[in-house]
Design a binder for this molecule. Structure first.
Ligand code: XMP
Length: 429
């Protein structure tokens, strides 16, 4: 193993992720594990140089104060107790805390500052090979950041023992399915099963206008298609998953209640009976991106803006029709191209178009035309709970309007959404 590790044991502090990040910022890899880890499990982790026991307000679970087992207190790995109950000497100010942390990590534990992406990748490759042996892994590859980075890592570790399944449900952005095939099949020489399920999804969605129903159909159908593909393949024992650390935090740990349940396409049924391979589960989003970059994935894949699991399905408002879906896809492509050309890509957090189920009268070549309108949304946010509207230059909006009404079939108007969140959500449905 290339890198030393400091393990944070979770005794109910909400600061655990921050502490792990601080340790990583000092150049030492850190992972958070539940308080009830056994000594055997702890010893099985690679290169553990020290343990931080981090207690906090959630230390009492169901009326009982949780603690780590005595065998861990008694073992030979140095331990530091960071506790916010007020009865210990942990310094209050940040500079002193950092000094205490450094003293513990480097002087007491003798850890080396050798955490970097290359070492992380080398370690994960070794761990994946150890877990998987000569057996086979299946991965649902959506083309999103997390699944793409897992795919690249698994390809590096086990090559053709991985089979990626890319389900094109017809609700992806322009060029995305093609990019997945190009990057993974052509450039990385992966086993990639490309499933064209466009008709199947659009037929199921025909006439359905309730947003939650649409999401359910898209999520449910995705699972069915993926399962069918999985059953066609022989001898698969593992399922790769792009779980990242924020997913784990949001789903709740033993001491932290769930923030939200997962509603992403890609949630797979448990009865498939696979063992999971989740090499990114301890990485924060920015680290996942660095990992992807270090593995040679293109910037357009690694730095792409957030995109909802149900995709363009929630931007083609109301009942999805093929013509309106195409208009969403084309207008979104124009918006992305213009934002990239004008230095807004990477600056604006999320931007896209949506098309309501509404036509208005217009003129084209001296004739009256009833056509769709396109709504442009461009927002900035830190956590997606609230959002502000990007101040897009008026001339650029005019130019984009001209392009969309000129190039996108069936669209005669463009609107700019000025609404922050609240009161508007980021998506329109
Ligand atoms: P809202 O619209 O709730 O969106 O302000 C907040 C963020 O979540 C994304 N979003 C989704 N992501 N499945 C997802 O994976 C969904 O059903 C979904 N709905 C909204 C949205 O794009 C924004 O980034």
């Amino acid at each position: 193993m290339k890198q030393d590790m400091i393990v944070v044991l979770d005794l109910g502090s909400e600061e655990n992720p921050r502490i792990a990040r601080e340790i990583r910022a000092l150049g030492v890899y850190s992972e958070i594990h539940p308080h009830d880890i056994t000594l055997e499990q702890l010893k099985a982790l690679p290169n553990v140089k020290g343990i931080i026991l981090n207690g906090g307000p959630n230390r009492v679970v169901d009326g009982v104060e949780i603690d780590v087992s005595q065998e861990i207190y008694d073992c030979d790995i140095p331990a530091l107790l960071v506790d916010h109950r007020g009865d210990d000497p942990w310094p209050a100010d940040d500079a002193q805390q950092e000094a205490a942390l450094k003293n513990f990590i480097f002087t007491i534990c003798g850890a080396e500052a050798n955490w970097n992406m290359d070492n992380f990748i080398a370690d994960q490759v070794e761990l994946i090979r150890r877990q998987v042996g000569d057996r086979k892994v299946l991965l649902a590859l959506s083309g999103g950041v997390d699944s793409s980075v897992v795919a690249a890592l698994l390809i590096k570790a086990i090559g053709k023992q991985l089979t990626c399944v890319h389900v094109n449900h017809g609700l992806l952005r322009k060029g995305e399915p093609e990019q997945v095939v190009k990057v993974f099949r052509d450039e990385m020489d992966a086993n990639l099963v490309y499933v064209d399920a466009v008709d199947r999804f659009l037929d199921k969605l025909a006439g359905v206008d309730d947003p939650e129903q649409k999401r359910k159909i898209i999520g449910g159908e995705f699972i069915r298609v993926f399962e069918e593909e999985a059953r066609k393949l022989d001898g698969i024992e593992f399922l790769g998953q792009g779980t990242i650390y924020p997913d784990i935090i949001e789903s709740g740990t033993k001491t932290v209640k769930a923030v939200k349940s997962h509603h992403n396409v890609g949630g797979l049924p448990e009865d498939l009976n696979f063992e999971l391979v989740e090499p990114l589960k301890m990485l924060f989003k920015d680290e996942v991106r660095s990992c992807g970059k270090a593995l040679g994935l293109p910037d357009s894949m690694v730095y792409r803006q957030p995109f909802p699991g149900p995709g363009l399905g929630v931007r083609c408002l109301g009942a999805i029709t093929r013509d309106r879906l195409e208009a969403v896809r084309e207008s979104d492509a124009i918006l992305r191209e213009e934002f990239a050309k004008n230095g807004l890509e990477g600056k604006v957090w999320q931007y896209f178009t949506a098309i309501p189920d509404l036509k208005s009268v217009g003129v084209r070549d001296n004739r009256r035309v009833d056509e769709w309108c396109v709504i442009i949304r461009a927002v900035n946010t830190v956590d997606a709970m609230t959002a502000t509207v990007e101040n897009v230059p008026f001339e650029l909006l005019q130019h984009i309007t001209q392009r969309i009404t000129g190039e996108v079939k069936g669209v005669n108007r463009v609107l700019f959404d000025l609404t922050p969140k609240p009161t508007g959500t980021i998506e329109w449905e």
